[in-house]
Design a protein around this ligand. Sequence first.
Ligand SMILES: Cc1ncc(COP(=O)(O)O)c(C=O)c1O
Length: 265
Amino acid sequence: MRLTRDLGRNAFSRGCPAQGAELAEDLERLCALHGPDTIAAVIVEPLAGATGVLPPPVGYLQKLREICDRHGILLIFDEVISGFGRLGGATAAEVLGVTPDIMTLAKGLTNAAVPMGAVAVRDTIYEAALENAKTPIELFHGYTYSGHPLAAAAGLATLEIYAEEQLFQRAAAMAPVMEAAAHSLRGRPHVIDVRNLGLVVGIELAARPGKPGARGKDALMTAGGEALMIRAAGDVIALSPPLIISEDQIGEIFDILSRLLDRLD
Ligand SMILES: Cc1ncc(COP(=O)(O)O)c(C=O)c1O
């Protein structure tokens, strides 16, 4: 199955375009129920991270875009996790071939070294905000640390390094290695699903009866003892390594995970 690029083995767990479209039709149903003029915007995380690494079903974001266009609703992508290389491109929008009207960004913007967030908007939105602004300052709202020089310097330096070291391309090149390693865990103890997009991987473990999240938490603690930092989103082991990761290091991560799965109750 293809979007703008081959999504490999993961295409299976992302369903088919009909399923993605069906999911997006929920928005159409909400429009029919409440009236599209009552809906200003739809905000989605193109790849849901903290909820357990959920890549979008094939066709889902495209269909959302179509419905938003039909009804004049703004489409907002929260790219705080997916932005800046993790999916093997500058943004999920680029990788998945769907352009939102507004995009929120943070984390990778400064390599998370200094706190900074950003909102990117289409020219038309920016111009509308400027033209309608009652004061010369657009979107008038003040933060103590707006445009902080240290954060801006970190952001500029980070963007320069991404470009100089071609780190988004590197992430794209490492993605199939990550994918193969992740999917090699299929069939291992407790593993009920493996999902991936770019360098982001989710390994879903069966929940212990009556104790959702307990097995994931144990995995997190055990990995820590093996000098591997993972994130547990409930019972999903979430991996999102630095863009400079090497093939050997990917092998090391999955060796540790493999041992961990053998030991986990
Ligand atoms: C997808 C997503 N959106 C938004 C946020 C919040 O971002 P910030 O803390 O920069 O406001 C987070 C934080 O982890 C996140 O993962």
